[in-house]
Design a protein around this ligand. Structure first.
Ligand code: ATP
Ligand code: MG
Length: 761
C-alpha cells in the first residue's frame, strides 16, 4: 500500500510536528496532558524514523504500559508503515521485552532457557508455604503479616533492585540501631523476630524456591533484564532507538532498563506527571527529572492542545486536578465545542446507581439511534469489586459488556489446570505446576502423599515429576505401593505429552489431546455445577492457542532482513511461546477487537489509562472511595479521578450514592471532596439533570461521527439525515422507578430532590 507520509505530517499541529521530526540523536521528552496526542506522536515518530531516516524496524524498541496498548500501537502502525515492518519492531511492555531477550541470552545471567514465569497466584502459594513455620509465632506475637503484605514488600524491594541479601543487611542494621531503644522493649527478648526480620527470611527462602524451580516472578523479569542489558553488550547491540509511552509510571527498575537500552542511543519518552497513578506499585515520577540528569542534552517539547474531550469535559477535569496545590500548572485547551456539561447524579444506594447506569446507556443508544453503540460506553471504577452490581444490572437490561484489565480469563481454575500441565511439560522442574496438575483430575494423591513426594524430591535432589517417574520405573526402593499405583496414569500422560511435543505438535492440538487423555470434561462434570461454562473456557483456551499459532506462523514467514544476522532471535518452541503469551496477556486480549466494539467496557480507572470513549461513566465517586479510604497518597487518588474523567470524549457522568454496602453493611456516604470542593467554587462544572440530547445533540453527534467520517460536509449531511429520521425522537425519559434523584447545585448540595428527568431542561 502507498504510504502517505505527507498526509501523516500534515495531520499534526506544529508542536506535534516538531516532536515527530525532532533530531533522532538528541534525547526527547514530550510532556503533555491527556488527549494531547502523546501516543499519536510516539507512533508517528516511529513511522518517521523508518520512512525518512531509514532506520531498520528491528532496531527500534517501543515500550508501552500494557499489552493492550502495544496491540493498539501495532494496529495504528500496520496502517502507517505496513504489516511486515510493524512485525519487525521490538514492541511491548518492559516485561515482555525482557522475557524475549532473557530467553535468548539466559545463560549469561545464570538462568536456564526454559525458565517458567510465575504469576501472582503462584507466587502467593509459594509464600504461603514458606510462612508455615512462622504461623504459631505470628499468632502468638500478634504480628500483622499476611502473604499479601509479604509479597507486596518483596515486590517493592525488587522494584528498587534490592536483593534479598541487601534487604537482610538493612534489617540487621535497623535492629542494631534499635537495640537500646527503650520504646522497643521487644527487641531485647530472647528469640524475638520483628516483622522485618520475618520478611527478610521469607524473601531469602522465596528466592531460593524460585531458583530451585527454575522460575522467575514478574518483578524478576525486570531485575534480570537490567542485569542482562546492563552487563552484556551483546544483548543490546540490536537496539538503536528507544521510545517509551506513559513514562511517568515507570519504576526504578524500568528506568534502569530504559537507561541500559538507551545509553549512547536515541531515546524519546512521553509522559504526564498529572497522570502518575502507580506510586502504589513503586512508580517514580521523579524518573522524568532523573532522565534529564542522565541524558544532559534532553530536549523538552510541550503539547497543549487536547483533541479528545469537549470543552466542558476538559474544564471540569482540570478543575478537579487543579485542587492539587503542589501540581505544576500547565496549559491545556481544546478546540472542540463546549458540548454537554458533565452530569453529577446521586442515587439512594449502589443498586439504584447500577440501574441508573443501565438506563442511561439504553436511553442514549435509543435516542442517538445509529450513532452511539454499546462499545462507545465505558464504566470506570475505583476498584474491581464495584463491578458486581453493575454487571448484573447490565445483564438484566440486555446490555452486553466486557471486563477490561486484570487477568480474569487466565485466573480461572480450569484454564490454570490445563496450563499447569503445559508448564510442567516445558519445565519439568516447576513443582507448583506438578502439585496443581496431579490433582486435576483427582487421582487420590492426597496432601499427605504430596508431602512425601515433596520431601523425597528434596532429599534426592529431583524435581517432583522426576521423582514420581522414578517411582513408577521402580528406581526408588523405599516408596509405598499405593503411591506408585496412584501416580502411574499421571506419568503415562506425561510420556504421551512429551512425544507430542517432540513431534512438534501445535499447542492447541496438545491441549485437545491432553483433555482427552485425562478425561477433563468428565472431571468437570463430576465436580463442578457450572461445568458447561468451564468446559467453554477450555475450548476458549484452545482458540487462544490457535490464534497465537497463526500469529507465530505469520511471523516466521515474514522474517525481516535486518534480523537475519548473528543477532537474530533463536527460534522458540511454540509451546513455550504460547505459555509466555498466556502468562503475560491480560483479559480482553483473548477477545477480538471486533467483538469488543459491540460491548460496554467495564474497567478500573487504572486499566483505562491511555484509552478513550465517547461516553464515560464513573460511579461511586463517594467520599470513602475517592480517595480510597486506605490510601496514604491522597493526591495520587485525585489524579486517578482526573485520569478517569479525561477518558471521555463527549459525555461524562459522575455518580455517587448516599448509602453503599460495605462488607455487607449499608453505610452513609457523601460526595467525594475531589468533586465537592471545586463544585462549590464553580457550580457550573456539573449539570443537575441528565444530558439533554435535544439541546446539545449536534455537538455530541458531530464529535462522535467525526471519529469515523473524515469529511466535515459528510458529517453535516449525516446529522441532517438523522435529525430528519424517525429514530431521532427522544424516548420518554424515565428511570425504572419513574423518578431520578438529582442534586441541587445552588452551592449547598444539601437538598436531594426527586425531580423527573428533563424537568427544567
Ligand atoms: P493520554 O494522556 O490519555 O494517553 P495522549 O496524549 O496519548 O493521551 P492520544 O491518545 O495520542 O493522546 O490522542 C488522543 C486523541 O486525539 C486520539 O483520538 C488521537 O487520534 C487524537 N489526535 C491527536 N492529535 C491529533 C491531531 N493532530 N489531529 C487530530 N486528532 C488528533
Ligand atoms: Mg497516551
Amino acid at each position: 500500500p502507498a504510504i502517505d507520509l505527507d498526509g501523516l505530517l500534515a495531520s499534526l499541529n506544529p508542536a506535534q510536528h516538531q516532536a515527530v521530526t525532532h533530531d533522532p540523536k538528541i534525547p526527547l521528552q514530550i510532556l503533555a496532558g491527556p488527549g494531547s496526542g502523546k501516543t499519536k506522536v510516539l507512533t508517528s515518530r516511529i513511522a518517521h524514523l523508518i520512512l525518512v531516516h531509514k532506520v531498520a524496524p528491528s532496531s527500534i524498541c517501543a515500550v508501552t504500559f500494557t499489552n493492550k496498548a502495544a496491540n493498539e500501537m501495532r494496529e495504528r502502525l500496520n496502517k502507517l508503515i505496513g504489516k511486515s515492518r510493524t512485525t519487525a519492531l521490538q514492541m511491548g511492555t518492559f516485561h515482555s521485552i525482557c522475557v524475549r531477550y532473557l530467553r535468548m541470552h539466559s545463560s549469561v545471567v545464570g538462568l536456564e532457557d526454559n525458565f517458567t514465569i510465575c504469576d501472582s497466584d503462584e507466587s502467593k502459594k509459594l509464600v504461603m508455604a514458606l510462612m508455615k513455620p512462622y504461623k504459631d509465632y505470628i499468632i502468638e506475637n500478634d504480628i500483622a503479616i499476611t502473604e499479601g503484605s509479604i509479597l507486596s514488600k518483596i515486590s517493592a524491594a525488587k522494584a528498587k533492585g534490592q536483593s534479598a541479601a541487601e534487604f537482610l543487611k538493612d534489617v540487621n542494621e535497623m535492629e542494631r540501631a534499635n537495640r537500646n531503644n527503650p520504646r522497643m522493649p521487644n527487641q531485647r527478648l530472647e528469640g524475638y523476630k520483628s516483622f522485618e526480620r520475618i520478611l527478610a527470611e521469607i524473601y531469602i527462602a522465596y528466592e531460593e524456591v524460585l531458583k530451585n524451580n527454575n522460575a522467575l516472578d514478574f518483578d524478576d523479569l525486570l531485575v534480570y533484564g537490567v542485569k542482562l542489558f546492563g552487563t552484556h553488550e551483546q544483548a543490546v547491540l540490536w537496539c538503536r532507538h528507544v521510545l517509551v509511552d506513559e513514562f511517568q509510571d515507570t519504576n526504578t527498575m524500568q528506568y534502569q532498563l530504559m537507561r541500559c537500552l538507551g545509553v549512547r542511543r536515541c531515546v524519546s519518552i512521553v509522559g504526564d506527571p498529572d497522570q502518575s497513578i502507580y506510586g502504589w506499585r513503586s512508580a517514580e515520577v521523579t524518573n522524568l527529572a532523573k532522565m534529564r540528569k542522565d541524558f544532559p542534552n534532553t530536549r523538552q517539547i510541550y503539547l497543549e492542545r487536547n483533541y479528545r474531550s469537549s470543552g466542558a469535559i476538559l474544564r471540569t477535569s482540570l478543575a478537579i486536578v487543579e485542587e492539587d496545590k503542589k501540581r505544576i500548572p500547565k496549559s491545556l485547551h481544546t478546540s472542540h465545542p463546549l458540548g454537554t456539561t458533565p452530569f453529577l447524579g446521586v442515587t439512594a444506594n449502589e443498586k439504584d446507581e447500577s440501574e441508573m447506569i443501565a438506563f442511561e446507556i439504553k436511553r442514549s443508544v435509543a435516542y442517538m439511534g445509529g450513532v452511539l453503540k454499546w462499545g462507545d460506553f465505558a464504566i470506570l471504577l475505583r476498584f474491581n469489586a464495584l463491578s458486581r452490581p453493575i454487571e448484573s444490572a447490565l445483564q438484566k437490561n440486555g446490555i452486553p459488556c466486557r471486563i477490561l484489565g486484570g487477568h480474569k480469563f487466565f485466573e480461572r481454575m480450569e484454564v490454570k489446570d490445563i496450563i499447569a500441565y503445559l508448564q510442567l511439560l516445558d519445565n519439568p522442574g516447576f513443582n507448583p505446576a506438578f502439585v496443581r496438575a496431579i490433582k486435576a483430575p483427582s487421582r487420590g494423591v492426597g496432601d499427605k502423599s504430596l508431602e512425601e513426594i515433596s520431601l523425597g524430591a528434596e532429599r534426592s535432589k529431583n524435581s517432583q515429576l522426576k521423582l514420581v517417574e522414578k517411582i513408577v520405573d521402580n528406581k526408588t526402593p523405599d516408596t509405598k505401593p499405593p503411591v506408585k499405583k496412584k501416580v502411574t496414569p499421571f506419568v503415562k500422560v506425561f510420556k504421551a505429552l512429551r512425544r507430542f511435543n517432540e513431534e512438534e505438535t501445535l499447542p492447541s492440538e496438545i491441549i485437545r489431546k491432553l483433555v482427552n487423555l485425562i478425561g477433563y470434561e468428565d472431571h468437570l462434570k463430576k465436580t463442578q455445577q457450572d461445568w458447561e461454562s468451564r468446559w467453554e473456557n477450555v475450548q476458549e483456551l484452545i482458540t487462544f492457542a490457535s490464534e497465537i499459532e497463526a500469529e507465530m506462523i505469520a511471523r516466521e514467514t515474514n522474517v525481516p532482513e535486518a534480523q537475519a544476522g548473528p543477532d537474530a532471535p533463536a527460534k522458540q518452541s511454540k509451546l513455550r511461546h504460547f505459555l509466555q503469551c498466556s502468562t503475560l496477556s491480560s483479559a480482553g486480549d483473548n477477545e477480538s477487537e471486533e467483538q469488543n466494539k459491540e460491548k460496554v467496557t467495564i474497567s478500573t480507572c487504572h486499566a483505562a489509562k491511555g484509552l478513550e470513549w465517547p461516553v464515560v461513566i464513573v460511579p461511586a465517586v463517594d467520599s470513602e472511595i475517592f480517595p480510597f479510604y486506605r490510601t496514604d497518597d491522597i493526591e495520587e487518588e485525585r489524579r486517578l479521578l482526573y485520569v478517569a474523567c479525561t477518558r471521555a470524549q463527549s459525555l461524562l457522568y459522575l455518580l455517587y450514592s448516599s448509602k453503599r454496602q460495605v462488607a455487607g453493611k449499608a453505610k452513609d456516604k457523601g460526595l467525594s471532596p475531589f468533586v465537592s470542593v471545586p463544585l462549590e467554587k464553580n457550580p457550573g462544572l456539573f449539570s443537575q439533570t441528565v444530558p439533554q440530547f435535544r439541546a446539545n445533540d449536534r455537538a455530541v453527534i458531530c464529535q462522535v461521527l467525526s471519529r469515523e467520517l473524515p469529511d466535515e460536509a459528510e458529517i453535516q449531511r449525516r446529522v441532517k439525515e438523522l435529525e430528519e429520521s424517525r429514530e431521532f425522537v427522544q424516548p420518554t425519559p424515565q428511570t425504572p422507578s419513574g423518578q431520578m434523584a438529582t442534586v441541587a447545585l445552588d452551592g449547598t448540595r444539601s437538598s436531594v430532590l426527586n425531580v423527573p428527568v428533563g424537568a427544567g431542561g
